[in-house]
Design a protein around this ligand. Structure first.
Ligand code: ZN
Length: 873
């Protein structure tokens, strides 16, 4: 929020004369404010202090205005400073108006754009320490702000800032910043100093908060996205991170191959211009060890700086070598890998080794940040006009392989999930049309009410990349050699992940289109007047509604076969709810919230059905900060499904008290995690998903004893007793290996030990054949696109006494890849992916894919949801 301020007449007079230097003497340097030097060994400012410092600067300087751009999960305000000349700050609305005009060439002719580029100001955004342990940038931000308002720069600050509006977000993960500082300060001076935390540095996502930038699940992502594509429309965006300790001191672009093909070449030219400027200025400051063109590819779009590319913004990633939070490290020269010890054109000045401190990172980041601002100032008119030109290309030019449009049919299996997808597109700034009449496109008939995303629009690249199927190039280390893995996903195709029907239409077509403003939520009809009602098993929201009603004691069944009710063809697994007075009272608000229509029926006696009970759910959380556990929690919270978090001691009990898990729980979920991490047999084990080199460094340091180890054999025994007595254990992705190794579930992972040159599938979307007449497959389509992320290919077999198994989903014989990259398809052909196993009175459900991947793959949530709402057969 803009704060009201008192401007003394003298300052006004100075502004009028264009001489305003601000009340220079009055500005408090951060060192004085904090009582220590920024980046001093073992000293950190926490978010409260950072925020307070920016508030102080906001009061003291007329070159800085502070805004609140959003709120974190744990309700901390996310602040952003706008820094420029007082004259520019007085006219922020005008500069925003100009960037908005330059975004849309359809209403801004070229001549006007040239004038606006001359008049306007380059808007640049710097975001810091999204990964909270990569803490230097959040500290650096205070000094950067101070240097800019006091002119402590290696360029003429007055002249440059006259052409640039600097937007500075000191931390877009304030919750994480606070956790990391608290943890560090608790253990500084002990043997655990500078070690990793036993939990994620974001309430849900941990490191994956930098995998959320096309899905916008997290409020922190949405706050910055609003700045980027809705409010300010910067031309350059720098996101500052840290990496491992022993290689280069700093990475700045150019990026590494391959580039995502639909991104405009001018984006890369701009990225290289700014990145090379940074390297140049760092060299001038005597800062060695800067690398370009390695490690970080130009393909993956889920990271903070990367999604900018798809919006014609120059997106820059910086990665500095890490210390142990704020504790300096010493690196022996021979500890530096050879590739970072010799001169190469992409690494022309190796760092010799020695001490490396938090302050060193701050120094590198100050220079790279200022360098970007300098480049923006020197090229301001060009940057603004190029921004316009790229948007004009997006609207007018047809790129190779560019379809005319994507059509999202009105008839969907899961309409509320389709609405969610539209929200994601809107958040990314995509223009969407709705059709007012039936039409034909690509030889197919579509009903009125279908949605159309035309590719010719300013944010074409984002819309196109999100909706198309990715074809990752077959990149090898040498011809015939092992694959070069992508930085992260090879594929993300949103309609496939979300189970939403969406057709790519090559050729132009005629339709009566109307541009939508907000996502049009249909009015939920008055409903629930009969004695019973039915909820469609294909719709995710049905599970949320069933769960909410069960919690309140409603009587609920699930249909056991495909049935027809009042002319509706219903898939197996639909929920049948007895419409009691209590249900009638609760239903309208829930149905409204979930955008869900129910089907009223008076007599359900003929429906083959089995009762389902409210499940008491436990979710295991290791002390290793497992991101997949965080996302599982996100999905459950998002759907309003109650659960209890279980730690090692809750499962294995104590010497005094052995737990009776069955007395407390019906279902216990294990998120994607290696068996030895769960059991704690390998203390340094890596949890699920991508992890930073820093994460690995932290994992080498000891944890306080209360966080060491896992559930151990006692935990396994307690879980066995839980299953024997009728409990359901759900193993997600690699936790399936745990179910196999420690519970002897009747399956075998056939990918174990298979060489990368033979089989390789970096996070891609694969085709699964689902038996949707069996409980775990209820509601799913017969062919389901699914996220394969370090996933499994299972062989099942005739099990010993006491066991049974049912294959729920398996890979087809061929044509398995739907989006991404898959080498060695034959290793997956006909293998099982999801298996429902029965042991004594209970079940162990093996879900060998990432069915709730990063809360993106809504299309396969039902594997998990069915495991929770398993009918009493
Ligand atoms: Zn990072």
């Amino acid at each position: 929020m803009k704060r009201s301020r008192l401007i003394v007449p003298m300052a006004l007079a100075l502004i009028a004369l264009g001489l305003a230097a601000g009340p220079a003497a009055a500005q408090t340097p951060p060192d004085k404010f904090l009582g220590h030097k920024v980046g001093e060994d073992r000293k950190l400012a926490d978010y409260a202090q950072i925020k307070a410092y920016f508030e102080k600067l906001d009061q003291e300087s007329n070159k800085l205005q502070l805004f609140t751009i959003g709120e974190s999960v744990l309700k901390k305000p996310i602040i952003m400073a706008a820094i420029s000349t007082p004259e520019n700050l007085a006219k922020l609305d005008r500069w925003k108006e100009i960037t908005h005009k330059l975004r849309d060439p359809r209403t801004t002719p070229v001549d006007e754009a040239r004038k606006l580029a001359k008049e306007g100001k380059a808007v640049v955004l710097i975001t810091c320490s999204l990964h909270a342990t990569e803490i230097a940038a959040s500290q650096m931000a205070m000094e950067l702000a101070y240097d800019l308002v006091t002119g402590k720069t290696f360029f003429d600050a007055g002249k440059i800032l006259a052409d640039v509006i600097v937007l500075l977000v000191p931390s877009h993960n304030p919750d994480g910043n606070q956790m990391v500082v608290d943890w560090y300060e608790k253990y500084v001076g002990t043997e655990f100093e500078g070690g990793g935390m036993p939990w994620l540095y974001h309430h849900y996502a941990g490191h994956d908060n930098n995998r959320d930038w096309y899905m916008f699940n997290l409020p922190e992502t949405r706050a910055v996205t609003k700045v980027l594509y809705h409010d300010w429309l910067p031309q350059i965006h720098v996101d500052e991170h840290q990496m491992g300790s022993t290689g280069a001191r700093l990475f700045v672009p150019p990026f590494m191959d391959p580039p995502l093909p639909n991104i405009q070449p001018s984006v890369w030219r701009g990225v290289n211009l700014v990145g090379t400027g940074m390297s140049y200025d760092l060299q001038k400051h005597g800062l060695s060890g800067v690398v370009n063109g390695r490690s970080y590819t130009a393909w993956w779009i889920g990271a903070c700086d990367d999604t900018s590319w798809l919006h014609n913004v120059i997106g820059i990633l910086s990665e500095a070598a890490s210390v142990r939070t704020a504790t300096p490290i010493h690196i022996e020269p021979n500890e530096i890998p050879t590739s970072y010890a010799v001169k190469r054109m992409d690494f022309i000045d190796p760092w010799p080794g020695g001490w490396w401190r938090l302050r060193d990172i701050v120094d590198y980041e100050l220079v790279l940040s200022k360098s970007m601002i300098k480049t923006a100032g020197l090229h301001k008119e060009d940057l603004l006009f190029n921004f316009y030109q790229m948007n004009k290309n997006s609207v007018e030019k047809t790129d190779k392989g560019q379809p005319y449009a994507f059509v999202i049919p009105a008839l969907q299996r899961d309409y509320p999930t389709m609405l969610k997808m539209l929200e994601v597109l809107k958040m990314g700034g995509v223009e969407i049309h709705q059709t007012k009449a039936d039409f034909i496109a690509g030889g197919r008939f579509y009903n009125a009410g279908s949605f159309v995303v035309k590719t010719a629009q300013p944010y074409k690249t984002f819309a196109w990349s999100l909706l198309e199927k990715q074809k990752y190039p077959d990149m090898r280390q040498y011809p015939g050699g092992p694959p070069v893995p992508p930085y992260d996903n090879a594929a993300w195709t949103l309609p496939l992940q979300m189970g939403v029907l969406c057709d790519e239409i090559e050729e132009p077509f005629e339709a009566k289109l109307e541009k939508i403003g907000a996502v049009p939520y249909p009015k939920v009809p008055a409903q629930g007047k009969s004695d019973y009602f039915v909820l469609d098993s294909r719709v995710n929201a049905s599970y949320a509604l069933a769960m909410a009603l069960l919690k309140d004691g409603a009587e609920v069944w699930r249909t056991k076969t495909r049935t027809t009710v009042k002319g509706h063809d219903l898939q197996a697994g639909c929920f049948v709810v007895k419409n009691t007075a209590a249900v009638k009272k609760a239903l309208p608000a829930l149905a409204e919230k979930l955008n869900l229509a129910v089907l009223d029926v008076d007599d359900v006696s003929a429906l083959p059905k089995a009762p389902v009970k409210f499940p008491r759910i436990g979710l295991f959380q290791s002390w290793r900060g497992n991101m997949d556990e965080g996302w599982t929690r996100y999905v459950l919270d998002d759907m309003g499904i109650p659960y209890k978090t279980l730690h090692n001691a809750d499962i294995k009990g104590t010497k005094e008290k052995k737990p009776d898990l069955r007395a407390e729980f019906d279902v216990i979920i294990f998120a994607d995690e290696a068996a030895n991490t769960i059991k704690g047999t390998r203390p340094g084990a890596t949890p699920g998903g991508a992890e930073s080199a820093m994460g690995r460094m932290f994992r080498q340091s000891p944890m306080p004893p209360e966080y060491e180890g896992g559930i151990g054999q006692e935990g396994v025994d307690a879980l066995k007793a839980f299953v024997e007595k009728g409990g359901r254990m759900v193993a997600l992705n690699r936790a399936v290996e745990f179910a196999i190794s420690d519970f002897s579930a009747p399956a075998r992972n056939t990918l174990t030990g298979v060489d990368r040159t033979k089989f390789f599938c970096p996070t891609s979307i694969l085709r699964l054949l689902v038996d949707n007449e069996t409980p775990i497959g209820y509601g799913l389509p017969k062919e389901a696109p699914t996220m394969f992320v370090n996933s499994l290919a299972l062989d099942t077999f005739s099990p010993p006494y006491g066991w049974d198994r049912k294959v729920v989903a398996a890979y087809p014989e061929d044509e398995i890849l739907m989006s991404g990259w898959l080498l060695g398809e034959e290793y997956l052909a006909r293998k099982a992916a999801v298996v429902d196993t029965k042991w004594k009175d209970g079940r162990i459900i093996l879900i060998g894919v990432r069915c709730q991947s990063r809360a993106q793959s809504h299309g396969t949530y039902k594997f998990l949801l069915n495991a929770l709402l398993y009918p009493e057969m």
